[in-house]
Design a protein around this ligand. Structure first.
Ligand code: NAD
Ligand code: IPM
Ligand code: MN
Length: 343
């Protein structure tokens, strides 16, 4: 039976992860889940963010289910970089997979776009780019202050994530991959991405390809989200575009993700696209659908395709029964999803 590590984290993380666990238990009773107390509370209590011993324990699991990390009482970056990004990097989770569907029953912001017409997946590079490069600051706090952040792009890192995008496109109906970058300005990294994309595309004559600059892609994701099938892009562009894709398909409360190590050498990690939402934490109103769908991606990755499909179907029933504009209650949604998934 699968052994899952649970990092519920901060803010609404524990609230939505509790619902995801309920739904996983409903479809796959007996999953062994171990909770890891990491995040703001532990940092305040002990000063620890991610002790080496905990990292080693996490490495021994089949997958990780993560809620969200980050809290207004902790300086920005301490938990985001020290915990979340450290896990993604340490476990070489180079594919950050972020699907967006416009579900029947969900009112997208675009009247002309009908449910079923939007079904795209962003394959976001997960271990490089501006998230991994060196940076520095000079003359900090003075009028002469200068800050730099470097974007790290390796041929190995870029090519492997592009290969993953093509492999995914082949398993989908439209078989189309869009490369998104900013080759008109970022001429060094852009050229590397474009050449790697071209090389991989040449090996996949059955896959349609296109290229767009990130600013245009941001616009088309809002005006014509139907045009996308698989989008492959770098770490920061992918971060921003997937919040847009989430908004266009019914909101961040529905957006799931997986930080995947496709090689299987390390555990993959499944997490909602959203953060800890301090503005609504503790009120029981966070939508757990993103966390539940992330748990579905987790089960699929571990080979439980049938159970994952039951979770997707349960979410379909839940969303089709919702009345637009009526606020959700976290635990009630979790109870309904668990009941749908079990039946
Ligand atoms: P956020 O995603 O937490 O919240 C943005 C907005 O979306 C808020 O208004 C929030 O109430 C709403 N929202 C988010 N999830 C929701 C849900 N499930 N149901 C209903 N509404 C929801 O982003 P933020 O405010 O920019 O960041 C808050 C903290 O979370 C920061 O510390 C940030 O670094 C961290 N963060 C963590 C992750 C992660 O752990 N994967 C992701 C993004 C942000
Ligand atoms: C996300 C988040 C993270 C990211 C932050 C919290 C490090 O925004 O998962 O989308 O930028 O990758
Ligand atoms: Mn983000």
């Amino acid at each position: 039976m699968a052994r899952i590590a649970v990092v519920a984290g901060d803010g609404i993380g524990p609230e939505v992860v509790a619902q995801a666990r309920k739904v996983v238990d409903a479809v796959l009773p007996g999953v062994e889940a171990t909770e890891y107390d990491l995040g703001a509370a532990r940092y305040h209590r002990t000063g620890e963010v991610l002790p080496e011993s905990v990292l080693e324990e996490l490495a021994g699991h089949d997958a990780i289910l993560l809620g969200a990390v980050g809290d207004p009482t902790v300086p920005p970056g301490v938990l985001e970089r020290g915990l979340l990004l450290k896990l993604r990097f340490a476990f070489d989770q180079y594919v950050n997979l972020r699907p967006s569907r416009l579900w029947p029953g969900v009112a997208g912001p675009l009247a002309a776009v009908k449910p079923g017409e939007v079904d795209l997946v962003v394959v976001r590079e997960g271990t490089e780019g501006l998230y991994a490069g060196a940076g520095g600051a000079l003359h900090r706090g003075t009028p002469a202050e200068v800050a730099t952040e470097e974007s790290l792009n390796t041929r190995h890192g870029v090519e492997r994530v592009i290969r993953d995008a093509f492999a995914r496109a082949r398993r989908r109906e439209r078989r189309k991959v869009t490369l998104v970058h900013k080759t008109n300005v970022l001429t060094h990294a852009g050229s590397l991405w474009a050449r790697a994309f071209e090389a991989v595309a040449a090996e996949h004559p059955d896959v349609t390809t296109e290229y767009q600059h990130v600013d245009a892609a941001a616009m088309f994701l809002v005006t014509q989200p139907q045009r996308y099938d698989v989008v492959v892009t770098d770490n920061l562009f992918g971060d921003i575009l997937t919040d847009i894709a989430a908004a266009v398909t019914g909101g961040i409360g529905l957006a799931a993700s997986g930080s995947i190590n496709p090689d299987g050498a390390y555990p993959s990690m499944f997490e909602p696209v959203h953060g800890s939402a301090p503005d609504i934490a503790g009120r029981g109103v966070a939508d757990p659908v993103a966390a539940v769908l992330s748990a579905g991606l987790l089960l699929d990755q571990l080979g439980h395709a049938e159970e994952a499909a039951r979770i997707t179907a349960a979410v379909g029933s839940e969303l089709a029964a919702r009345t637009p504009g009526v606020p959700v209650r976290t635990v009630e949604v979790g109870d309904r999803l668990a009941a749908y998934a079990a039946s």
